[in-house]
Design a protein around this ligand. Structure first.
Ligand code: BES
Ligand code: ZN
Length: 872
């Protein structure tokens, strides 16, 4: 089920690349594209003059390089660059070079008549390029009033802005100069060292301080009339910048960054290395955010917050995105993976780290509950038939892009959290410090990391981590009934599909932590069959801390006893882990949907929002994937009877509401409205939404978000028009996106058609279009019409889907649940290739097959259970 194997989106239209297999729009040949390696850059001096009106730029570049061997040729990367002239100087000899370009390899070769000796040489290049519309390289972003020239280089697009050795291990220093219009400013990685009029009357020239040694993909320069708000932390000036009028919405992010910088300086024991830190919101931005050294760029919704209108989740999202990109300043920017096959060293770390400072900054947000939910969603993704190991072979830009997926992010982050839980926070922190210290301003590999951890801790971290980094999939631990002081456990591979046999010949080295009276007791599971000592304690539970990257299966009597004691003896994250294991086991054919719903019923009074939303999330799946129309009516009745009483206890908004109470109210409201079809809740959703439309600050924002979804699901053309109007007129990015997303919920076919036409029109930015189409495919009410529309309008749709998001659309077709739909999807995408979406395609087909299978096995059980539970 695409719906429940896609880890949770923070906000619906947020891109969340960690969850999405990416694709490149252009088909690139699978030829080796690595640079030959003889020539190393030391220092780039770059002077760029963008013309925002004609969407072009001119560049002048000097690269100081070192040749390991004498050569007549120098090969570097360049794409869509027009060379004017190239000279190469070594000693007193300056020669003109002939340039040949290979567009497929995105390389240029400079050739000279006389051999350049080994040692230092200087390349001088004059060239022109284009400010493209593709959201990568040096590109154009637009507002209704003007254009901006901005950059996005990761992973392989610096070569579109300047010829360079565009691989992460070729670190060099950069001196950037920008020539911009009077009245405009420029932001880059470092501070400005001078800003002078000229070279012509209409321009001024801004020179930035030379950077420390860094990789090309982390260079950034942004040109336009950005406005900023500022703060500082640990002596480092911090700014948040945006297009004029929106800068005040950056204040929240500045205070998050102030906290996070102090936290990281202390945590890493290594000070933030640059003289300043800027966070800049860009109107057109394909990813969520990008960790350019000292100059982090963001989608507006991932940086700009109005505290009066933003939900807790939206604030938490911004804080975590800020913390994620700031973590990269150490992991990624200061110490960089040697090559993209170890992208997880960047993204897994930033994912693991991003919640740490936020959990301390705002403990009342209950971040550990979110982490437990995230981990479960990641395991569901990884328990599909089609997945990949954390570290995989990659050569081409398309293959590199495909690495930005839930495996590099969520899985790698989850493995790090599990190891930290095993070693203890302080031991792990020292290992991290030692690893970073050993590779400052340089590159590292997976082995460098786990060897450092093994050395500092004296524990077999290398064995644990290599087993999870090199092998795909999720382990399943099946426990026998525990004896007096020992228990037998079986280790095998877990699949979500009941038609897959669980492999027993794949084993991991797994730290399994048992719950003790006080604290945990961790043991290593290393073989398919093993006996472990059992700690004494009030409860037998094998995932203490809820950080295990494995699913756990207990004998029925043990499971029942855990369920009974859960509210007293397990923490909320542990209850989430337990509940999500039960659901995964059910889906895999090891359980009955009725038993799962009984567990949900036992949990319905749980006071924690995270537990309730995990439990009810699976009910959404039952409703969407398993139930027939007839079952759905009965399920609605059951949901209403179960969840109305806990909702009524907390439904009044009070001034002393805790975030937990606010979120719990929102979650219960959603399940009662969306699944329970409760008439009072639906009517209330309309009221709340009307008030919100008039004044977004007048309604508690988390409830407003839940209400808007229910109201739009049941909404008419009047509501639709009001939402479109708000999308057009609001200045608050989160309000605008909220309104836009709501359009995907309407069920009236005429309104679905309006949304489809709107999404592919110029009224919606391309950065949002694909996510909206994916949402329309995932909603039951709009799925069929959307699929028909996509097929009929493929050329236009294709021109609107951004390369990074293309495979998300393919993945979303996995939410169909019939063999006919599966065959249509396969036939269509075989004929209309989406580049580098091969894995997403296979996952979609597998997802549909799994759904068909699940429905066949569980629908009769659901029916029987509904009959008995309505009879009660
Ligand atoms: N390095 C990525 C941005 C990126 C993603 C560049 C894909 C190139 C391709 C950045 O650190 C990141 O992970 N951004 C996330 C947000 C983050 C908080 C999970 C994103 O863009 O979704
Ligand atoms: Zn990242």
């Amino acid at each position: 089920m695409a719906v429940d194997t896609m880890p949770h989106a923070r906000t619906q239209v947020s891109p969340l690349f960690r969850y999405i297999p990416l694709a490149l729009a252009v088909c690139l040949p699978l030829v080796a594209q690595r640079l030959p390696g003889n020539v190393h850059p030391e220092h780039y001096s770059l002077s760029l003059t963008p013309d925002l009106k004609t969407a072009t730029f001119t560049g002048e570049e000097t690269i100081e390089v070192t040749l390991a061997q004498p050569a007549k040729q120098i090969t570097l990367n360049a794409a869509e660059i027009t060379f004017k002239d190239v000279t190469i100087r070594s000693g007193a000899d300056t020669q003109g070079a002939t340039v040949s370009v290979d567009p497929d390899k995105e390389q240029a070769v400079f050739e000279v008549a006389n051999t350049i000796p080994a040692g230092r040489a200087t390349i001088h290049i004059r060239y022109t390029g284009i400010l493209n519309n593709e959201l990568r390289g040096f590109y154009l972003s637009k507002t209704p009033t003007r254009n901006y020239a901005v950059t996005q280089f990761e992973p392989t697009d610096a070569r579109r802005a300047f010829p360079c050795f565009d691989e992460p291990s070729y670190k060099a220093i950069f001196s950037v100069t920008l020539v911009v219009d009077i009245g405009d400013t420029a932001i880059s990685n470092t501070n400005i060292i001078y800003d002078r009029p000229g070279p012509v009357a209409t321009k001024h020239t801004i020179k930035f301080a030379t950077t420390p040694k860094m990789s090309t993909y982390l260079v950034a320069f942004l040109v336009g009339d950005f406005q900023c708000v500022s703060g500082q932390s640990e002596g480092i000036p911090i700014r948040a910048c945006a297009t004029p009028g929106k800068q005040d919405l950056g204040k929240f992010a500045v205070s998050a960054a102030e906290f996070v910088l102090r936290y990281y300086d202390n945590y890493f024991g290594i000070r933030y290395p640059l003289p300043k830190l800027d966070l800049v919101a860009i109107p057109d931005f394909e990813a969520g955010a990008m960790e350019n050294f000292g100059c982090i760029t963001y989608r507006e919704t991932d940086l700009l917050i109005d505290e009066k209108t933003a939900s807790i989740r939206a604030k938490e999202n911004v804080a975590e995105v800020v913390a994620h990109e700031m973590a990269h300043q150490w992991f990624g920017d200061l110490v960089t993976m040697q090559w993209w096959n170890n992208l997880w060293l960047n993204e897994g770390f930033a994912t693991w780290m991003e919640t740490k400072p936020v959990a301390v900054w705002h403990p009342e947000w209950n971040v550990p509950q979110q982490d437990a939910r995230e981990l479960s969603a990641t395991m569901n993704y990884d328990a599909q038939k089609v997945t990949r190991p954390i570290r995989s072979q990659v050569e081409t830009p398309a293959q590199i892009n495909e690495q930005f997926d839930p495996i590099s992010y969520g899985k790698a982050g989850g493995i790090l959290a599990m190891v930290e839980n095993y070693l203890g926070e302080e031991t792990f922190r020292r290992g991290v410090h030692n690893y970073l210290e050993a590779h400052l301003y340089a590159n590292a590999t997976a082995e460098d990391f786990w060897n450092a951890q093994t050395k500092t801790s004296g524990k077999p971290v290398d064995k644990i981590m290599s087993s999870f980094v090199a092998q795909p999939g999720v382990p399943l631990l099946t426990f026998s009934a525990p004896g007096k002081d020992s228990v037998a456990v079986r280790e095998q591979r877990f699949y979500l599909s009941s038609s897959m046999n669980s492999d027993t010949n794949q084993t991991w080295t797994i730290p399994v932590c048992f719950k003790k009276e006080y604290g945990n007791d961790c043991e290593l599971v290393t073989s398919p069959q093993q006996t472990l000592p059992v700690p004494s304690g009030p409860i037998f539970f094998a995932d203490a801390g809820a950080m295990g990257y494995y699913r756990t299966n207990y004998p029925p009597e043990v499971r029942t006893s855990i369920a009974k004691k859960a509210d007293r003896d397990l923490t909320p994250p542990e209850r989430i882990a337990f509940t999500s294991d039960q659901w995964a086991l059910t889906v895999s054919g090891r359980g009955n949907v009725g038993d799962y719903l009984n567990l949900v019923s036992d949990l319905r009074d749980d006071p924690n929002a995270g537990v309730i939303s995990e439990a009810t999330g699976a009910v959404v799946t039952v409703n969407d994937r398993i139930a027939t129309d007839d079952d759905r009516k009965r399920l609605a009745g059951w949901v209403d009877r179960e969840f109305k009483p806990p909702y009524e206890k907390i439904h009044l908004v009070r001034s002393d509401d805790t975030p937990n109470r606010i979120e719990l109210r929102g979650d219960l409201f959603s399940v009662l409205g969306d699944i329970g079809e409760d008439p009072a809740v639906i009517a209330e959703s309309r009221d709340i939404t009307e008030r919100w439309l008039k004044n977004q600050a007048s309604v508690e924002p988390t409830l407003a978000t839940a209400a808007r979804t229910v109201a739009s699901t049941h909404g008419d053309a009047t509501l639709y028009d009001q939402l479109v109007q708000l999308y057009k007129t609001s200045q608050d990015p989160i309000v605008r996106t909220g309104a836009l997303e709501s359009l995907t919920n309407f069920r009236d076919p005429a309104l679905i058609h309006r949304t489809l036409a709107y999404v592919i029109s110029d009224q919606v930015r391309t950065q949002d279009a694909t996510y909206l189409l994916a949402a329309l495919l995932m909603h039951r009410g709009s799925r069929d019409l959307t699929w028909q529309f996509i097929r009929e309008n493929w050329d236009r749709v294709k021109s609107r889907i951004t390369p990074l998001a293309a495979s998300r659309l393919v993945y979303a077709t996995g939410s169909f649940c019939t063999t006919e739909a599966r065959d249509q999807v396969t036939a269509f995408f075989n004929e209309h290739k989406v580049a580098a979406a091969d894995r997403a395609m296979k996952q979609a087909v597998d997802s549909i097959n799994r759904c068909v299978d699940l429905r066949e096995h569980q629908e009769p059980k659901l029916k029987a259970w509904l009959a008995s539970s309505s009879a009660e």
